[in-house]
Design a protein around this ligand. Structure first.
Ligand SMILES: Cc1cc2nc3c(=O)[nH]c(=O)nc-3n(C[C@H](O)[C@H](O)[C@H](O)COP(=O)(O)OP(=O)(O)OC[C@H]3O[C@@H](n4cnc5c(N)ncnc54)[C@H](O)[C@@H]3O)c2cc1C
Length: 484
């Protein structure tokens, strides 16, 4: 431990990274302590990627307020930080009179929350908006959209680093102690001294809360499984299709990614295990059956992969799920901001949450503006998105654009190198995957994974046996099968 930080943020997911980026508007020494080797390995990389409209949350709640604000600002944010976002709209389809009434309630709730652009559409208009959907009517939310959750988180983190914040990856926080006016934060790789500390630890928010002395939060977990379908199907799905939500379950949906893959999910099962992401066969059958009731245009031959995400929910003693808790307890942990239960819509809400956190901090201490703050971040130039002329020009300027590494997604060596040499850097195979789309196509890395590993070996100058797939312990190679 050499330097003292003004602010240390525990957790580099979308919320921690949004806080780091928004705090870098001020003249502060900011550090982010992240236990994983990358920023998107937990909930921020395991969701649906929908920019929600703000109609599904209780009137007056922080979830509703932040979601509406986040939805409004998403277009500008995506332009500033250069991540994929489309305001494609979304439909909630129904069939019965009860469902019609429920959708009217949803619209009323949305309007009370300040959301706009929601209306009922009849069967004819529904089928014009989404050909192939099964349903008699729908609520259409024109302001809902889809975004790339990996690239949004990475963009926030890279822009924070560009503006002076430091990321310490593979630094799991194991303890927090008071040291006079400061906090001494112990990690798996050394200790850090800081004036302010922020708990943005997602699934571990309860454990970090305890470390701060803010005890007693009951966190329950809900695990959601999804199936990812071939990009080919995305051409026939202009926007996400949801069923009518209940008070506790958003309902099954058929959604799509900004790259055109279709997602079927989620299952929503309570779990005590906040780090097991496997998907059971019985859940695949359930998802197939339920998704087909609203969009029957897929077969098992279209399946590419499964994934799951886990939501951390703050529950009261009776198990009732609570609103986001964002607090500074001056009596117990001064200059510590505690974020608890940042479940959905945390992606949509990340920047408004960050601004709210900074507002609480500024009520206690005025921060000086960083005049050199630069809000702009440029992402990787994708070969697949260029015209033929642009491709030829790109190859002339940088011959690495002429070497195709991922054939399914048309990703070139130039893009892989831009990922590794980006402000945050990359050390894992999935780190390259999430930044470039290499390995996300039909063959799932069958062709390019070895080539990516070789490139990492050369660029990072480390032996191939030290390169991991995603996390600590996920080495791809352990030794030679045969000596030369
Ligand atoms: C299935 C699913 C679907 C969703 N769909 C949507 C959606 O469509 N739209 C939407 O708006 N929201 C959605 N959400 C919610 C959204 O994804 C989350 O609210 C958001 O990603 C939370 O971000 P976070 O940064 O708080 O958490 P995380 O992404 O979990 O980040 C917390 C970070 O803290 C790190 N960490 C934990 N403990 C420690 C420690 N001790 N030391 C150091 N680091 C630590 C973790 O490694 C992690 O990287 C969905 C969530 C799920 C699960």
């Amino acid at each position: 431990m050499n330097t003292k930080f003004d602010v240390l943020i525990i957790g580099g997911g979308v919320v921690g990274s949004a806080i780091a980026r928004e705090l870098s508007r001020y003249r502060l020494k900011i550090g982010v302590l992240e236990k994983n080797p990358d920023v998107c390995l937990e909930t921020s990389g395991r969701n649906t990627g929908v920019c929600h409209g703000g109609f599904a949350y209780d009137i007056g709640s922080l979830k509703a307020r932040f979601c509406v604000e986040g939805n409004r600002m998403m277009g500008d944010l995506a332009k500033e930080l250069d991540f994929p976002f489309e305001r494609c709209g979304k439909v909630l389809v129904g069939n019965t009179p009860e469902e019609y009434d429920r959708l009217l309630e949803v619209i009323a709730q949305g309007e009370a929350n300040g959301a706009s652009g929601m209306r009922m559409v009849d069967e004819e208009e529904l089928h014009r908006l989404v050909p192939g959907v099964v349903g008699k009517f729908a609520m259409f939310s024109e302001n809902s959209g889809i975004l790339d959750p990996f690239l949004m988180t990475i963009a926030l983190a890279e822009n924070a680093v560009h503006n002076g914040a430091a990321y310490f990856l593979e630094h799991e926080v194991t303890g927090i102690e008071r040291s006079g006016e400061d906090y001494l934060v112990t990690t798996a790789r050394g200790t850090f001294l800081t004036r302010w500390v922020i708990n943005s630890a997602g699934l571990n928010c309860g454990a970090v809360s305890d470390m701060l002395g803010l005890k007693g939060y009951r966190i329950v977990y809900s695990k959601d499984d999804y199936i990812i379908l071939d990009q080919r199907l995305g051409r026939d799905l202009p926007m996400p299709i949801y069923t009518v939500p209940s008070n506790t379950y958003m309902g099954i949906h058929v959604s799509l990614t900004t790259d055109g893959n279709v997602l079927l999910g989620p299952t929503a099962e309570d779990t005590d295990n906040n780090h097991w992401y496997g998907v059971e066969a019985k859940n695949l059958e359930y998802l197939e059956r339920e998704a087909k009731t609203i969009w029957p245009h897929f077969t098992r031959g279209d399946y590419i992969r499964t994934y799951s995400g886990i939501l951390p929910k703050w529950a009261d003693e009776d198990g009732k799920i609570q609103d986001y808790k964002i607090e500074i307890r001056d009596d117990i942990a001064p200059r510590a901001v505690n974020l608890v239960g940042i479940e959905s819509p945390g992606l949509t809400s990340a920047v408004p949450i960050a601004r709210y956190v900074i507002g609480l901090m500024q009520e206690r201490e005025k921060f000086e503006e960083n005049e050199r703050f630069d809000p702009i971040r440029r992402g990787i130039r994708r070969f697949a998105d260029m015209s033929a002329q642009e491709q030829a020009q790109a190859i002339r300027e940088d011959p690495d654009y002429g070497e195709l590494v991922c054939r399914c997604q048309k990703v070139t060596r130039a893009e892989l190198l831009q990922a590794v040499r980006s402000p945050l850097g990359v050390r894992t195979v999935t780190g390259v995957k999430y930044r470039t789309r290499a390995m996300m196509g039909r063959c799932q890395g069958g062709y390019c994974q070895m080539r990516i590993t070789r490139m990492l070996e050369e660029e990072l100058g480390i032996p191939v046996k030290e390169i991991t797939y995603a996390r600590e312990g996920s080495q791809l190679f352990f030794g030679k099968v045969r000596e030369d």
